[in-house]
Each structure stands twice: as C-alpha cells, then as structure tokens.
Ligand binder design. Structure first.
Ligand SMILES: [Ca+2]
Length: 350
C-alpha cells in the first residue's frame, strides 16, 4: 500500500468517528465540537509521541485549519460585513507561566509547563469591535445588563451605562461591558452565521498567541518603558484623567480609556492589542495553579465553587499597570460580571 493510502485509513476512521459523534447531537452544537476537538487533541498528542509527527501535523491542519487557500501568517474574514479578521498561527510549543524571578508575577502563574499547540489556529487579529458585536445584538436581540465602571479606585455599577454607550466609543473601538455568557452567545451566533466553528481561545492558546514565540515578560521585551508603543494601558493620560490605579507606566499612550483596535504595534504573530485596551475572556475555568492544567491547548472546563466558578480573563486593559499587561498575567472574574474594561477575542479551528 502506498504511503498516502496508509495515511488515509486513520484519516477516514477518524472522520467517520467525528461524524458519528456529531450525528448524535441535535445540531452541530458547541458541546459536540468541543468534545471532538478534545478527542482529536489526545489522538494527536499520542501519535506525536509515537513518532508520526509530520503526517499527523499535516492531517491535523487539514481537519482544524481554515480553508486550504489560507496560509499561516495571513489573515482572512469569513464574511465581509461583520466577521472579525482572523490570523492563522502556526502549530508550535511554548512554556506557559512565568519564571519565579519575573517582576510583578502572580503566585498562580506556575508551575511553568510546556504546552503543545499541534494544530493551526486562527485567532482574531483584534479584539471584537463594537461594530462586529452590534451585528450580533441586532440580529438576535440579545439583552446585556448594566455595566461596572472603573473610576480609578474601584469598579461600580453606573446607572444607565451599557455596552452601547460606555466610554464614548466609536465603531472601531473594542466592545466592552460584555460578560463571559455574552461572549459565548456571540461566538455561537458567529458560528451559526458562518457555518464555521468560532469559540473563545483557551487560556493556553491565548498565552501562545500573545507570546508569539517570545519568553520575555511582555511580547515587546523586558522593558516596561516600551509599553506605550505596543499597548494601551494605564499611562500618564489615564493618570491625568484620574482613572489610573497606582503604578501607572511613566509614558503617554494618549488613550485614557479604550483605543481603536490596532492603534499600537502588533506582536510577532501580527496580533494587535494582546496587551491592554480590553481584557479578553477565555474559555477556561480558573484554577490557582497550572499543576493539573492540560498541555494540548484544550481548556480547563471544571469550574470550582471555591473560586466562585470564576473564569479567566487575559491581557490586562486600558486601566492595567505594567505587571498586569505581562504575557503570563492572569485575571480572575465572575462570568456574569460586565465591566467597561472587559471584552473578548475569538478563535476558529475548523
Ligand atoms: Ca492608556
């Protein structure tokens, strides 16, 4: 049997298994897709360990990647009017978490572990914008509740403030005031509209995307003085308007609140605003250690009552000091909370 025919056997078997699993679901539901992806990741991890790296990576790419005419590093949209622009990241390995000597690190950023992203991953080039999110609200009538406002000292509910009128934003600003449930509703709607599988990034996928093959504290290096060229954080302009917590960076990025997406330099994967602007919900339930965290790019799906079933948010925001903008920094939030520094970014794997 020719080599290509040999490889087609497991491909057909797995394709059949995939169809079988999904056929038992009432629709091509998110739950089914997640389940299939988890099984596939395990299969690939096993096969990689057995030495079938090259053919399986190619197979995994063909199963999970966006259409074949898209290539790694390039961007695409699945529709012209409201679909987020996506960048295809290469498969690879990285170390999640921070070294013990990293300044400003949290105690939940260890133990450091090698994570393998054995598949091509399409990630939003920017956080989801107001225009993109508005298309979802208009189409579905989804209702979002009131929003907490950061006043420089604390978050508190502002009467009459919602995602649609917070922070004097324009259409190219990242949407804010979305909670984890709103984010899930958005990606499920986007999946239905496009026929593709959109979802939130897992926490490890997010850090892989943010680091972009760097191991430094920030994706621009280890110098916080460079922050204002790469990220919209708590800066001198935020300090001047009284919306900065203590510890703002000593440079001026000119945006006391959110900035239009893409206003700062991208990381090496061509992704913008992976630090600052808005915090980005990820899929994972929060655990205060990486001890039991998966190493195949999948998410932690078991939420813990002792952490109030909190989910993880990544990237810091316009009100974040340099330590919170580090690639390894983790934020913990209650899934029902909406705040004017909370946003989202999407991923697509098939
Ligand atoms: Ca700023």
């Amino acid at each position: 049997m020719a080599r290509s025919s040999v490889m087609l056997v497991p491909v057909r078997l797995l394709a059949t298994t995939r169809r079988s699993l999904c056929s038992r679901a009432p629709s091509r539901s998110e739950t089914c897709a997640r389940h299939v992806q988890r099984l596939t990741n395990r299969f690939v991890a096993f096969a990689l360990a057995m030495g079938f790296a090259a053919p399986l990576t190619a197979w995994r790419y063909s199963q999970n990647a966006p259409p074949a005419h898209h290539v790694i590093g390039q961007s695409f949209r699945d529709c012209r009017t409201y679909c987020p622009e996506m960048v295809i990241l290469p498969p690879g390995k990285f170390t999640i978490g921070s070294p013990m000597n990293e300044v400003g690190r949290g105690t939940d950023e260890n133990p450091q572990k090698v994570v393998t992203i054995a598949y091509a991953l399409a990630v939003g080039k920017y956080p989801v914008t107001r225009t993109e999110f508005a298309a979802f609200v208009e189409d579905t009538g989804w209702k979002l509740g009131p929003c907490e406002h950061w006043d420089g000292r604390s978050f508190r509910i502002e009467r009459g403030v919602y995602w649609s009128n917070a922070l004097h934003q324009t259409s190219w600003h990242p949407v804010v005031c979305v909670n984890w449930d709103d984010s899930q509703a958005y990606v499920q709607w986007l999946s239905r509209k496009t026929g593709k599988y959109y979802r939130l990034l897992s926490e490890s996928e997010w850090e892989y995307a943010a680091r972009a093959e760097t191991t430094t504290a920030w994706y621009w290096g280890n110098n916080e003085a460079d922050q204002c060229r790469y990220a919209n954080g708590a800066d001198l302009s935020a300090k001047a308007q009284g919306v900065s917590p203590a510890g703002a960076v000593s440079c001026n990025d000119k945006y006391p609140h959110t900035s239009p997406v893409g206003s700062f330099r991208p990381n090496k994967f061509g992704l913008y605003d992976m630090a600052g602007n808005v915090g980005e919900w990820v899929e994972d339930c929060y655990q205060d250690t990486y001890r039991d965290a998966p190493t195949d790019g999948s998410a932690v799906e078991s939420c813990m009552p002792k952490f109030h079933n909190a989910r993880v948010m990544r990237g810091g925001a316009w009100n974040a000091i340099p330590a919170w903008l580090r690639s390894a920094s983790r934020d913990v939030e209650i899934p029902s909370t909406r705040a004017d520094s909370f946003g989202l970014r999407v991923a697509r794997t098939d």
